[in-house]
Write a protein that binds this ligand. Structure first.
Ligand code: MOS
Length: 725
């Protein structure tokens, strides 16, 4: 087989769909020119808790173009939850408009359908709801600690004896970190165009996992899965918010049936705060014990968070604390309080992004207590065996990430003593953090269609995988190019259609590994079959075009599937990384700038350094957002979000970002999967906020334990005892 051609995996080729995107030809969900489509506009509750007592639709109904106003009164009866509290991960249904009960501010209470977008928007404002409001909605996590409950079996973990471990320590630390509610806000807003045809549904929808979306629609409406088709050819970001089908999809499908026309619902930017999930506020209590020489003796991580009154989601902040360091005594819990706030869900590196802020800040705090270099402290407690399950890591280059990062960053020039690196009004600091993110690999099917035209073979690879901006199209094309031995220009990749072979979709950093191994399997099968048919030995090199000719074929199709091996299951498979930050803090205003960042990752084979670099840059940017700006604030009396646009929910812009150096370590991990690919999308955000907070400590002597680190918090924070001012 021909291996390394110019467009094979590992090469930094341009995105194969790049031209389509920059010329506006790539079609996103709301851009499909569906004939006769009409528009739906979701209506949002204006109370946090209570019930609808009356609805007046008369004024709205009189408007020209208005086709239907759907509320709980006339909505189709859908499959609903059996229990009062349902675990998000265990349900495949997404009921909406089924009762008059309101559970959070902004919950959908209706949908207006009209001929034009403008008519729907205007009519939506004229629908009047009267509510019986509950006087005491649950909106303050801090005041409702007593209501915390243990969500599920996986929420508690322990090994050894935490108390004994703390007692055996020379230095102890007990601190609490807070991370606020955040929102995903992909550039492309959630959208769907749904229609019915002879009892069958087609939905053009902005979703990360096409197969799950078909299941959600079929289970919610109780129709066979084969009668549902979901198309998500291009997705403009998701970050977890598009993993599940959110309620606008179900409303659009319902409305399309009721009005007998295709219905488009595009969620507004404001509704993306209230109706497309969020990352919840986490209160994380850390306890760390260590010997003078830096040996960890105890580590515990207790997380308090919130969920909605009907659906349970728990962000597993403590998972990293179970596996990252060799420590015999370890204790992890997660507790939830039901609040009248929409159901939280996975946001980029759920668990790791927030959990690593607590863990990697605490590690830095302990290193300082021990007066030990924070890199040496981490290296001292490194392990090649996952202490949470005693499985060996398939490969773990964490020490290499830290050491090589230190070299690239110039760590040796860092001033150990906080507040000792100054330039005019600036206090300069350097911080480090370690990152680990599991590298899942899930069963993936794909199909390759080969067509001989003259002397060349054109290949089409199909699977229901999605490209959410990550580069799936490109890396799958490169994979086919490599394993078929043809240039990438002769490979066409077709994704995001539930008519194609089933994949796990995009999420949890499993996409690249799963999709590419799946594509490889189809390509390898194609060649194998073509050779077998003509009694050609497998190791004999034959051009694909010649193979087709020898088989007297002008068209040939093959399928393939790939998934984790027994060896995979017997190992802990993770990507590892290290983050380094340099911050400059204005000592009078508390304003700070992140001047430089170095990110080193060991994430298996890098399929395309260019798209991989983009993933890390995106992760670092979201990490800077966490550290510096992002937070969703709740109005304390009414329970509505007062940050509901980019004017008040701040995300970093170009000028906020630093000079970034991204380094990928060469890593050959064939236990992870045949191609040795591990995820990077979520590794990129993991522990970024901690490296920035640790740099701020080094600059100012102040421990910033509440994100985001705003100038006013920084000004008010006390310098830690024992630090020279
Ligand atoms: Mo990710 S939070 O699994 O899209």
């Amino acid at each position: 087989m021909k291996t390394l051609n110019e467009s094979a995996t590992g090469k930094a080729i341009d995105r194969v769909e790049g031209h389509l995107k920059v010329t506006g030809m790539a079609k996103y969900a709301s851009e499909f020119p569906i004939k006769d489509k009409v528009y739906g506009q979701g209506l949002n509750s204006t109370i946090a808790k209570g019930e609808i007592v009356s609805i007046d639709t008369s004024e709205a109904e009189k408007l020209p173009g208005v086709l239907k106003i759907i509320t709980y009164k006339n909505a189709e009866k859908l499959k609903t939850f059996d229990n009062k509290m349902t675990e998000v991960s265990t349900t495949t249904i997404a009921p909406v408009l089924q009762t008059n009960m309101v559970h959070f501010y902004g919950e959908y209470v209706g949908l207006v359908v009209a001929e034009t977008f403008e008519q729907a928007q205007y009519a939506a404002r004229l629908v009047k709801f009267k509510y019986k409001k509950d006087a005491n909605p649950a909106i303050h996590l801090e005041k409702l600690r007593a209501k915390a409950y243990k969500p599920n079996d996986k929420s508690d973990y322990s090994r050894g004896d935490l108390k004994a471990g703390l007692a055996a320590a020379d230095e102890r630390l007990e601190v609490t970190y807070n991370t606020p509610i955040e929102h995903h806000h992909p550039m492309e807003m959630h959208a769907v165009i749904a229609s019915w045809d002879n009892g069958k549904v087609i939905a053009y929808a902005s979703q990360q996992i096409v197969n799950d979306a078909t299941i959600a629609i079929s289970d919610t409406f109780q129709i066979p899965k084969k009668d549902v088709r979901v198309v998500a050819a291009y997705v403009g970001g998701g970050f977890g918010s598009k993993l599940n089908v959110e309620r606008h999809v179900i409303m659009a499908v319902m409305a399309a049936k009721m009005v007998g026309k295709p219905v488009q619902v595009t969620v507004t930017r404001q509704q993306m705060f209230t109706n497309t999930s969020l990352r919840q506020h986490n209160e994380q209590k850390m306890k760390v014990g260590a010997k003078k020489d830096g040996t960890l003796t105890a580590l515990s991580h207790e997380t308090l968070s919130h969920t909605s009154p009907t659906l349970e989601f728990q962000e597993a902040c403590g998972l990293g604390t179970q596996m990252l360091y060799k420590v015999p005594n370890n204790f992890v819990t997660h507790r939830l309080v039901p609040l009248n706030i929409q159901t939280p869900f996975a946001m980029r590196a759920p668990g790791e992004a927030t959990g690593s802020f607590a863990l990697e800040s605490a590690m830095d705090e302990m290193a300082w207590k021990l007066r030990m270099d924070p890199i040496d402290f981490r290296v001292k407690n490194d392990t090649q065996t996952d202490p949470s399950n005693n499985k060996p890591f398939s490969s773990r280059l964490l020490v290499e990430c830290l050491r090589i990062g230190a070299e690239k960053f110039g760590w040796k020039d860092r001033k150990t003593e906080p507040r000792s690196n100054k330039k005019g009004n600036w206090l300069i600091g350097h911080g480090v953090s370690a990152a680990a993110r599991s590298a899942p690999y899930l069963k993936t099917n794909s199909k390759v269609i080969l067509v001989l035209e003259g002397d060349r073979v054109n290949a089409t690879v199909q699977m229901d995988a999605t490209d959410i901006g990550t580069g799936s199209y490109t890396i799958i094309a490169q994979t086919a190019s490599e394993y078929l031995g043809i240039p990438v220009e002769q490979v066409k990749v077709e994704l995001g259609d539930s008519n194609f072979p089933v994949t796990p979709g995009s999420g949890g950093s499993w996409g690249a590994a799963s999709f590419c191994n799946g594509a490889m399997a189809a390509c390898v099968n194609a060649i194998k079959t073509l050779k077998q048919n003509r009694n050609i030995k497998e190791e004999e090199e034959v051009e694909l075009a010649d193979l087709m000719k020898k088989n007297q074929l002008t068209k040939f199709e093959a399928e393939g599937s790939a998934g984790p091996s027994k060896e995979f299951d017997e190992h802990s498979v993770y990507s590892f990384g290290a983050n380094f930050s340099e911050v400059w803090v204005d000592k009078d205003t508390g304003m700070f700038r992140i001047k430089r960042m170095v990110n080193v990752g060991a994430a298996g084979k890098i399929l395309n350094p260019k798209t991989a670099y983009g993933q890390i840059i995106g992760g670092l940017t979201m990490g800077v957002g966490m550290a510096q700006a992002e937070q969703t604030r709740i109005e304390p009396n009414f329970g509505n979000f007062i940050t509901r646009s980019f004017a008040d929910y701040h995300v970093p812009v170009n000028l906020d970002m630093a000079n970034i150096n991204v380094v990928f370590l060469p890593e050959d991990d064939k236990i992870a999967n045949k191609m040795g690919v591990k995820g990077i999308g979520e590794l990129g955000i993991t522990s970024v906020a901690a490296s920035i907070a640790n740099a701020i400590f080094n600059a100012t002597g102040k421990r910033m334990r509440d994100l985001p680190i705003t100038p006013e918090k920084l000004i008010e924070a006390k310098i830690e005892p024992g630090i020279n001012i």
